[in-house]
Ligand binder design. Sequence first.
Ligand code: NAD
Length: 239
Amino acid sequence: MTRLRIALVGAAGRMGQAVLGVAESEGVEVVARTDLGDKIALADADVLIDFSHPDASRSICDAAIKSKIPLVIGTTGHSTKQRDEIAAVAKQIAVVFASNFSVGVNALFALTEQAAKVLGGDFDLEIVETHHRMKKDAPSGTAKTLAEILQRACNTKKLRHGREGMIGERERSEIGIHSVRGGDVVGDHSVIFAGQGERVELTHRASNRETFARGALRAARWIIGKPAGLYDMRDVLGL
Ligand code: NAD
């Protein structure tokens, strides 16, 4: 089997460091690494992996298109415009864009969809995510994906980001999203289905970043040779 060669953006960050560590243990060659202030370098990489900041999105997309190499995007917090740009780029090259690369969280996505179909009509839906104090975007990309899954399954659109003051009774159709920040929490996500006399809670807790890094490298191996298109981790895992 030929050795996977990756270019990495955000190499100095927490996730960048985790990818470098897992790459070394899995025999993946890191042929280019860039961070804030650097020009995106690709060298002769098979795949470009991004764990940086949405501000880098445009130049990452331009670099990948210019060299026609597939892109694995793990960065979260993009604006609608940036997401549209990524979707446009995916018409020319293969892109895996995943708010969470862990296998466990992708199982949580599938379980949430199933539970929402059974319970969604009668139960109140709330999402709670907890992350370390340094996290820049809120709610997390994973919480947004969970909200999209609930919205699709229950045909409801209204999201309520936190609550404060005399806001009155909870509306049946809303989906609450709450972000807790503190310490060094790698990432916890809970979906709560609260009904009359009973409550179902689905929770995933990540205890290290290697799980995301391993998933990103799995996505990088999977995407080589795939036709242009916008894929997510469920495609990579065949779910
Ligand atoms: P971090 O702040 O530790 O690292 C980000 C790195 O990107 C830093 O080294 C920073 O200097 C660099 N950077 C910032 N702006 C840049 C730019 N314009 N160009 C190039 N480099 C730039 O953050 P982190 O905890 O490593 O997370 C990085 C991203 O990955 C975040 O968006 C986070 O939400 C996301 N994330 C995704 C997953 C997933 O599974 N998809 C998992 C964890 C984190």
